[in-house]
Structures are given as C-alpha cells and as structure tokens.
Design a protein. Structure first.
Length: 306
C-alpha cells in the first residue's frame, strides 16, 4: 500500500470516462486538492470554469465492471480563510408563490473561515449572523466513479455513480462504496463545503477549496446498485432521483440488498427491521436529482448477528 501526493493540473465538470490522472493500486491513499464550486483555488484564483469542478479521475488497478470501489474519506480540510454561499432558499423548497421579503442582488454571502478555531462567521451581508460562530463540519458535496455506457454526467446532478449528492454525512472518516462501471473505476472528487445544512437548500454549502486525503480500495466481484456508506454508527444506502419518492425507493431497496449481501438477513427480517428501525436523511433537494439516504444503526445489526 502506497501513498501518493497529486497536484492537479486540470479539472472536469462532468464525471465520466476521462483520461486518468494517476493509477493506484487497491489500498493506496492519495493526498490532493480541490477547488471551490466556482473553480477558485486556495488563493481565491479562478483556475477552471465553474460547476463543481472535479479533481481526477483516479484509476484503480484491477477495478472492473461488477466490482465495488471503496473510498475512505481520510481527511477533509478547508484550505483558505473564506467561502461563499447562496442567500435565499430555493423556490422548490418553499410553498408555490412564496416570495422572500428582502431584496436579492444576486451577490453571494461571504463567510470568514477560521481553520485554527474551527469556525465560520458571516462577513456579508451584515446582520445578526455576523455576531456568531458556526462550528466547521467539512463534507464533500460531489464525488463518484465514471458511469456506464461512456456517459459523462454533469457535476450538477447525481445518479448510480454518485455525483452531486450534497449529503452532509459524507464527512471525514466515512467509508463510501461505489459501483464500478468501467475499467479502473475512475474516481473523481470535488465540491468541498466547510458547513452545510441538510438539503443544500440555498444551492450551496459554504463553498471552499479543500485539502483532501482518501484511500481507494476494491471489493472484487461484489455488485451494488447505488452508493452505500458507513460510519461508526450507521450503514447507509443512497438513492438519487427526482421526484423525491423515487429517491426514497432507490435508497430503501438498496438497503434491503445491503442487509442481505453484507449481513445475511432473510427478507422478512430485513423488512421487519427497516419498518421499525430505519432512519432517513435528506441530501440534495436543490439540483436536478434529489438525494435520500436510508440508514440503519450498527448496534442493532450487531445484536442480530450475536
């Protein structure tokens, strides 16, 4: 197992079968950087067109269609002292016809980000939020593997390959499982957020450049339908679709498969368990595809296995 330091020289605003920037072996880790959603680097310089630019893709030796790529988010750290957000809640999140009672000049809000103090504070526009600190909670909004059939899917949306899921649970330490659809998997990563509320309902988190470190591993011959993940407390299955009920369907069905494949639960037990113990988190509800996350606590599964 090796560690690689990678300095990006270009970025992609689609996730697809792009020329790989680095080939690594299963189990290798990579340290690199990402730019913010508008293509600005750690110095605030425009280095690439906007639209959740992705660093990568990274080719994993031996990855083939029908395998599962395992991504461990080892470190996610903002790399500059400011970020930006949208200023008004998306119209589709509010009742039809609701108009916010304030003027919107189209300018983003600017936030000061203090990595030493691990806080963010609103700089502009002026208001009560300028007087309080929010704790940083870094997460990565957009990442994934190349989708099947030579597709190149916009980083504005998401599907079975991952993509712009904007789920705040994709924090440091989380392990994510992605379905390999092309040789090498071709892993992309970008769209760092210093802080973000559930749903990314203003169209952004606190968008900022990141220093990232992640490990890429492989499960040969294990086929999954949608992204999965786990942290210390939960296993998770992700559905990306619109309308929201379809995302729920994808996530719930993938969880049934997860409980069968990894925990050996018979179908009736899995249905009964989910009926009383399932939890749902909402990811992105701003972009073309919504994201729903279906979760089960690991402590319950440990009791069942015992």
């Amino acid at each position: 197992m090796a560690h690689h330091e990678f300095i990006p020289e270009g970025y992609h605003v689609t996730i697809g079968s792009h020329e790989p920037v680095l080939e690594v072996a299963p189990g290798d880790s990579i340290s690199t950087t990402t730019v913010d959603a508008r293509g600005r680097d750690e110095n605030g310089q425009d280095v690439t067109p906007r639209g959740n630019p992705q660093t990568g893709p990274f080719y994993v030796t031996g990855a083939e269609p029908g395998d599962t790529l395992v991504v461990t988010l080892d470190e996610l750290r903002p790399s500059r002292d400011w970020g930006f957000t949208g200023t008004r809640i998306a119209a589709n999140v509010l009742e039809p016809g609701f108009v916010p009672p304030f003027d919107d000049d189209g300018e983003p809000a600017i936030w000061d980000v203090d990595v030493k103090a691990w806080t963010a504070r609103l700089r502009t526009p002026e208001g009560p939020l300028c007087n309080i600190d929010l704790p940083l909670d870094p997460m990565v909004g957009c990442f994934g593997v190349a989708p099947p059939r030579q597709q190149a899917i916009s980083t504005a949306t998401s599907s079975t390959h991952g993509g712009n899921m904007d789920y705040r649970g994709f924090r440091q330490g989380v392990k994510v499982y992605l379905p390999v659809a092309v040789q090498g998997g071709l892993f992309h990563i970008g769209d760092g957020h210093a802080v973000q509320g559930d749903g990314e309902i203003v169209g952004t988190g606190i968008e900022i450049s990141f220093d990232v470190r992640f490990t890429l591993d492989l499960v040969k011959g294990k086929e999954i339908g949608w992204p999965r993940a786990e942290n210390e407390e939960f296993i998770m299955a992700v559905g990306n679709a619109r309308p929201l009920d379809q995302a729920v369907q994808h996530a719930s069905t993938e969880m049934l498969s997860y409980l069968d494949q990894d925990y050996g639960l018979d179908a009736r037990t899995a249905h009964l368990l989910m009926g009383q113990c399932v939890e749902y988190d909402i990811g992105n509800i701003f972009d073309p595809a919504y994201t729903m996350v279906c979760k089960i606590r690991k402590d319950i599964l440990k009791k069942l296995s015992a």
